[in-house]
Design a protein around this ligand. Structure first.
Ligand SMILES: [Zn+2]
Length: 436
């Protein structure tokens, strides 16, 4: 989602756009309003945007955070990247990979005029985000220059704050992991201790990466942790098992300490976003069973967060009214039953409980697939996939479903999946892939 005016339809190619690649890239200046987002006014280098309102309740949209960085010390001009057309071109460049894509192909696929594409690519090259990838023969004309994305031109940090572990990755524009750290940690150690650990590890990871050569400061930091929380405001709610975090404005506090944009989301949403960006299509639920149980929902390619960004609280659906007490205060939640079965060593029962929850979700949302992830699943993947699939199969038979049961698979990505997805909270909007 973009708020920048990038020229509306003026750069859209008419139906009968000439089939010709412009031979000369137009002058860079003056740039049309199409690609010129207003420069932020008085901005300190690496500081916070001047209009930032601290504390919870600012109601700032998440894409604001992703695009509000200063552009001067970052190698990448973030205000310009907020343009919808630029996002389209960047995404096509990324998808084309190292082989590259010609400007004419970019124009055709983005639905823009060749002139508009030339203007965008000229600026991307000037900023170091795009580079020539050689020349390719074209039918009946001179060879065309092909362009590619320069993945190392920008980086983002993805942090996974788990209840007992702090894991983070540094990824390039292509999502490739170029730095990683993982340390034991306690989400219940208090805000100061948690923030100190997070900031210390981010600094260490960046300095390690810097040791290998020049690396501009990251575009921002995505932080994923157990919910519930308010994604739009970056404020934590009563994190299950850690009520002391209720109301903590994590996004604003981290932005003030780090000096770069920060986006906060639930671990399950980050994982789901990572899967969607990574090519998982359609509508799916990824169920994460680790120290807790949650679900990330992707509906029609977009992470579904709901009106108050509270969607996906899968673990606390009550499936046994007089069941054992849960840390959330209810009784008989899927999470409580599942974790209790695991503590008894009864993986088959844990899978059966998880399967009933998955069946409820599949019945409600009519999804294409159920993906299973998280540490507890990783410890016994086969019994969980089989057990959950058996429950979905039984439901489909009872309902007489023509298509058969919803398929169940392991979520790819391994233990870094949440951290990598957290980095996509910053990167995905740059490429126009949803609002992150
Ligand atoms: Zn519960």
């Amino acid at each position: 989602m973009n708020t920048t005016n990038d020229g509306g339809d003026t750069d859209r190619a008419p139906e009968s756009a000439p089939e010709r690649e412009p031979e000369v890239e137009p002058e860079l200046a003056p740039e049309s309003e199409a690609e010129l987002a207003p420069e932020p006014a008085a901005e300190s280098t690496w500081g916070l945007p001047p209009d930032r309102e601290p504390g919870p309740g600012t109601g700032r949209a998440p894409e604001r955070a992703a695009g509000a960085a200063t552009g001067r010390t970052v190698g990448v001009n973030l205000p310009a990247l907020r343009s919808h057309n630029t996002s389209l071109v960047l995404d096509l460049l990324r998808t084309a990979g190292p082989d590259g894509i010609s400007r004419l192909e970019l124009a055709e696929r983005a639905g823009l005029t060749p002139q508009a594409v030339s203007k965008i690519t000229a600026r991307l090259r000037e900023e170091g985000l795009a580079a020539e990838a050689g020349r390719r023969a074209s039918t009946g004309g001179k060879p065309r220059t092909v362009l590619r994305l320069v993945p190392e031109a920008g980086h983002a940090v993805g942090v996974h704050l788990d209840r007992d572990e702090l894991r983070m990755v540094l990824v390039d524009l292509d999502g490739r992991v170029v730095g990683e750290r993982c340390v034991p940690f306690s989400l219940g150690a208090g805000a100061e201790a948690v923030l100190d650990a997070l900031l210390g590890e981010v600094t260490e990871m960046l300095s390690e990466a810097l040791g290998g050569g020049a690396l501009s400061a990251p575009l921002g930091v995505g932080v994923a942790l157990p919910g519930p929380l308010d994604h739009a405001r970056g404020v934590l709610h009563r994190v299950t098992g850690f009520p002391e975090w209720d109301g903590f404005p994590l996004r604003d506090v981290l932005e003030a300490r780090l000096g770069v944009p920060v986006v906060v989301d639930k671990d399950t949403n980050a994982a789901a976003l990572g899967l969607a960006v990574g090519g998982e299509r359609g509508s799916f639920a990824c169920l994460y069973l680790g120290t807790g149980l949650g679900a990330g929902l992707v509906i029609g390619g977009t992470v579904h967060r709901g009106a108050r960004t509270g969607a996906g609280e899968f673990g606390h659906q009550v499936i046994q009214l007089d069941g054992p007490p849960c840390s959330c205060g209810n009784r008989g939640c899927v999470e409580a039953l599942c974790l209790a079965a695991i503590r008894r060593g009864d993986v088959a029962e844990a899978a059966r409980v998880l399967g009933e929850g998955a069946a409820n979700l599949a019945g409600l949302l009519d999804i294409d697939a159920v993906l299973l992830g998280g540490r507890t699943i990783a410890a016994a993947p086969e019994p969980f996939v089989r057990g959950v699939a058996a429950v979905l199969d039984a439901h489909a038979r009872r309902e007489g479903s023509r298509e058969g049961p919803v398929p169940v698979r392991l979520a790819p990505g391994g233990p870094r999946a949440v951290a990598e997805g957290a980095a996509q909270l910053l990167l995905a909007p740059v490429f126009g892939r949803g609002d992150g």
